[in-house]
Design a binder for this molecule. Structure first.
Ligand SMILES: Cc1cc2nc3c(=O)[nH]c(=O)nc-3n(C[C@H](O)[C@H](O)[C@H](O)COP(=O)(O)OP(=O)(O)OC[C@H]3O[C@@H](n4cnc5c(N)ncnc54)[C@H](O)[C@@H]3O)c2cc1C
Length: 391
């Protein structure tokens, strides 16, 4: 029997396994993940701000797997494409016939001095929780230290993750002020961004609404401000220095380091895939999710890496694997975005949706839309019984 190895149980990997199992292919399916749980990366900013608990955004992988799928709990170290072998930290190597590489994203520092050592990234449950513990510990310290920098928070970057984190943070701040007896007028929240515009994927009017919403709740925006160094306790941009004892690093992501370590032809740990999502020269291998770079035929640029496209890629990869096993031709990946939703805490946000028309939404309705999107994603990836258990 042929072996299909699926690496990573994020949106892309888990969805692939579910689709493969439902297509009744007569193969051995092996899923590999370094944690026993799947987490919703799209909700990490909420864990980091303390508006959600890790248990709210994660579920047990084994309990959600279709019957017959094997699970290896281990970290992938490298992939030998020529020999078709995956090596792990602890387990024996795995020889595969087909591979789906869905190892996901890591934090990108762009080589900025001190970013890795002094910034708190939001890339998985552990880092989101660590950022939250640091924030709360630092705010609580003010009562003894009287160091105003303990009340200063710098959020680096003004893309999706940064803005969604800021939305949750300003929502939670009144509770933190009360809990730790803080002087509200001394709290400073900086958002520091190299580009002239925040949230480049939205139109100017919607961005202005989101910026105004956050400014009214205490966020100071500094755009066209490229970060040159991150120190312990400050963010430096050429001549400027923003003092803050909590520095959140959300300037962007790159693919898993396993990509570069395995010798792929890559840029920022992403590999440009063919139109059926396979790797050049390796029809038995598919790269999907945040480790892949997929050209958008309508613009010639790469699609942004999102959970939405990861799930769509998984459907195509699973269908193409079934085709290969049955001796049929593979199909091209065809993607139409249903739009973008950016929450600003649980009760506000902006959204640009292409479904049953074109909808530009802002305000409280977006909080409701985002909840529906998140619940649907969990429902599609986990078994219903698993969802009920965690409620
Ligand atoms: C805060 C935040 C908010 C976001 N909001 C949205 C949104 O609203 N909408 C949207 O579409 N996208 C959003 N995104 C982007 C989206 O989360 C990613 O594009 C998506 O998670 C990519 O899915 P993936 O399956 O490729 O990778 P991941 O979700 O990163 O999953 C990779 C999996 O592989 C595992 N893994 C990694 N390395 C190894 C290894 N060496 N060995 C074994 N296992 C390994 C990880 O533990 C993980 O389970 C957001 C991202 C962030 C950070």
């Amino acid at each position: 029997m042929k072996t299909i190895a699926v690496l990573g149980a994020g949106y892309a990997g888990l969805r692939t396994v579910k689709r493969l199992a439902h297509s009744n292919v007569n193969t051995r399916i092996v899923l590999v993940n370094k944690n026993p749980y799947h987490y919703e990366s799209t909700q990490l900013h909420q864990v980091a701000a303390g508006t959600k608990e890790p248990a709210d955004v994660s579920f047990d992988i084994k309990k959600s797997l279709p019957a017959g799928v094997e699970f290896i709990l281990d970290e992938v170290v490298s992939i030998d494409e020529a020999k078709r072998v995956v090596t792990f930290k602890k387990h024996e190597s795995l020889v595969y016939d087909y591979l789906v590489n869905a190892l996901g994203f890591e934090s990108e520092t762009f080589g900025i001095k001190g970013a890795e050592e002094n910034g708190w990234p939001l890339i998985d449950i552990d880092t989101a929780l660590a950022a939250r513990e640091h924030l709360e510990h630092t705010l609580a310290s003010y009562r003894h230290s009287h160091d105003e920098n303990d009340l200063h928070i710098a959020v680096c970057g003004a893309g999706f993750t940064s803005i969604e984190y800021l939305g949750e943070l300003v929502y939670r701040m009144p509770e933190l002020v009360k809990r730790y007896g803080l002087p509200a007028d001394k709290i400073k929240i900086y958002c520091i961004e190299a580009a002239p515009k925040v949230l480049p994927m939205f139109d100017d009017k919607m961005v202005a609404w989101a910026v105004d919403y956050l400014k009214k709740r205490g966020v100071e925006f500094h755009t066209s401000t490229p970060i040159t160094e991150v120190k312990a306790g400050s963010v430096v941009s050429n001549g400027l220095e923003f003092k803050a004892n909590t520095i959140i690093w959300t300037t962007g992501v790159r693919g898993s380091h396993v990509i570069a370590d395995s010798g792929y032809d890559q840029k920022r740990n992403r590999v440009v895939v063919k139109d059926d999502l396979s790797v050049e020269g390796h029809p038995e291998e598919f790269l999907i999710g945040d480790v892949s770079a997929v050209p958008d035929p309508s613009t010639g640029r790469f699609y942004p890496t999102t959970a939405q496209i990861s799930i769509a890629q998984a459907d195509t990869a699973a269908a193409n694997l079934a085709a290969l096993l049955e001796g049929r031709k593979t199909s091209k990946f065809d993607f139409k975005s249903v739009g973008t939703v950016c929450s600003l805490g649980p009760q506000a946000g902006i959204a640009d949706i292409h479904m049953m028309g074109h909808w530009k939404l802002k305000g409280a309705i977006v909080g409701v839309v985002k909840k529906i999107v998140n619940d649907r994603s969990v429902l599609e990836l986990a078994k219903v019984s698993n969802m009920l258990e965690s409620n």
